[in-house]
Design a binder for this molecule. Structure first.
Ligand code: NAD
Length: 477
């Protein structure tokens, strides 16, 4: 199976697709083959300067476009994404590795972001404050200004849509630096926006050296807001850069999601949900269930059922029919996982299934490790891969203590049929999102974001729109 791109990769600056012209390039890999499939042009300092100047002009014009017109353009972009979903999904699987069905779901979810924010932008209400006769005070919301967004390789299209949709709906212009690993699918999204009528200088896209691009964009006075999804380490670095210019930020950073399974559940039904979720996108999901805490009475049965289902997963090239898990997205991940698994085993964790990298691409076996002690690195560092780690617990308080033990607080999950347990777990777990008997926590109309080291601010819902707006009070005597 040859899996090369059919179109050239390019930057999109001020409405012009720019490739060659003497720019350096960096290779793009197909993770199922472990081989290069395309060359991506790298943005120069002059490219970034031009993009910044265009974004400044674009913002002035776009903020003045009435909200119905902006909404119509965003709805059109959503329609184009759906029309082109099949083609975009193949590009996404080819450069990222996830099964094509997951890639299609990602594109459809991205379209729903544009639909949601096309409508939500109309509800950026202000308020009028009561004052003596003839006087009033108004509170209004205005778009923050040109925005720099940085998005990762695990959901390259959806993460970009999650930032572009609210930013454009709010009236901001955007310079996006999507992940260099997955440029064809993200370019396809930008093309949908351009074809839908987003003006040339309003949604731009650059790739290259992440550090150079983020330093340059964040330092520019043109940029008023920075939004990043990725690791906590890079997020902290970007927060420091943003602090110099007192820029607003949204930071969607790492997690290490606990899953509490109580002994009152229908275990087979719960396992049928847990195992596919654990291995979705080969575990490279910021809200992936990672630390499984299981009440002691059902712990052995849980391990047996989890192991059987894990061993039965079909792993392979995501473009092949029936494949349930693809390769890891880049060569950094198998190496990182091997280190974490080796450490867990050395500290007494029991490797029940998997544990090995294999094949020409970046494949890794779905893995289950039981009884992993808290001092193992994998209990403290997000594995970001197809590895489940388990420990038994006795009481609800023990389980909550384990869930809240880490400095992260992105997603958490609890499975129980007891309403009181569900309520207590929902209240006590320190996380931005808690799924009770559900993994459906990333949707357009609900806020998504972390607490503690998992980040700052929310995407999705009305909060997502708010994060691209500033509040102004106008007092009139
Ligand atoms: P990394 O920390 O090098 O990069 C994480 C992301 O940040 C990538 O998309 C990268 O392009 C971007 N990035 C890196 N340096 C940057 C800079 N100076 N300016 C702007 N962007 C920059 O690590 P990685 O090997 O790509 O991934 C490793 C870890 O990152 C994972 O284990 C996971 O914890 C985390 N991660 C989280 C998410 C998420 O959705 N929250 C997504 C991808 C990676």
């Amino acid at each position: 199976m040859t899996q090369k791109y059919t179109s050239d990769l390019a930057l999109f600056i001020n409405g012009v697709w720019r490739s060659g012209e003497g720019r350096e390039t960096r290779p793009v890999l197909n993770p199922a083959l472990g081989a290069g499939i395309a060359d991506l042009p790298v943005a120069t300092a002059a490219d970034l300067e031009e993009a910044l100047a265009a974004a400044e002009q674009g913002f002035k014009a776009w903020r003045a476009v009435d909200v119905d017109t902006r909404a119509g353009i965003l709805r059109k972009a959503a329609d184009l994404l759906r029309e082109r979903a099949e083609t975009i999904a193949v590009l996404l699987t080819t450069e990222q590795g996830k099964p094509k069905a997951e890639a299609l779901g990602e594109v459809m979810g991205s379209a729903s972001m544009f639909d949601f924010y096309a409508e939500e932008a109309k509800r950026a209400y202000g308020r009028v404050l009561v004052r003596p006769t003839g006087q009033r005070a108004m509170v209004i919301k205005q778009p923050v200004g040109p925005v720099a967004v940085f998005t990762p390789w695990n959901f390259p299209v959806y993460m970009l849509a999650k930032k572009l949709a609210p930013a454009l709906a709010a009236g901001c212009s955007v310079i996006a630096k999507p992940a260099e690993e997955c440029p064809a699918s993200t370019s396809a999204l930008i093309r949908c926006l351009a074809d839908a009528g987003v003006p040339a200088n309003v949604a731009q896209m650059v790739y290259g050296d992440p550090d150079f691009i983020s330093r340059t964009l964040i330092a520019s006075p043109v940029i008023r807001k920075v939004s990043f999804t990725g690791s906590t380490a890079v997020g902290k670095h970007l927060m420091r850069l943003a602090a110099d210019g007192v820029k607003r930020i949204t930071m969607e950073l790492g997690g290490h999601a606990p899953v509490l399974v109580f002994d009152d559940v229908d275990l087979a039904r719960v396992l049928d949900v847990l195992v596919p979720q654990k291995f979705r996108n080969a575990g490279q999901v910021c809200v992936s269930p990672t630390r499984f805490y299981v009440q002691e009475g059902i712990y052995d049965a849980f391990l047996k059922g989890f192991a059987e289902r894990t061993a039965a997963l079909k792993v392979g090239n995501g473009l092949e029919a029936g494949v349930q898990m693809g390769p890891l997205a880049n060569p950094r991940r198998p190496a990182a996982l091997a280190g974490l698994i080796g450490d867990a085993a050395a500290r007494g964790g029991k490797l029940l299934v998997g544990g090995e990298a294999y094949g020409d691409g970046f494949f890794f076996q779905p893995t289950l490790i039981a009884d992993v002690p808290n001092d193992a690195e994998i209990m403290n560092t997000e594995p970001f891969g197809p590895v489940a780690v388990t420990r038994p617990f006795v009481t609800l308080d023990d389980a909550i203590g384990e869930a809240n033990r880490l400095p992260f607080g992105l997603a958490a999950f609890a499975f129980t049929n007891n309403l009181r347990t569900a309520n207590l777990a929902g209240d006590a777990i320190e996380a931005g999102m808690v799924g009770i008997n559900s993994f459906a926590i990333s949707v357009a109309d609900a806020p998504f974001g972390g607490v503690k080291h998992s980040g700052f601010g929310s995407e999705g819902g009305s909060e997502g729109l708010d994060s691209y707006m500033v509040t102004k009070a106008i007092h009139q005597a």
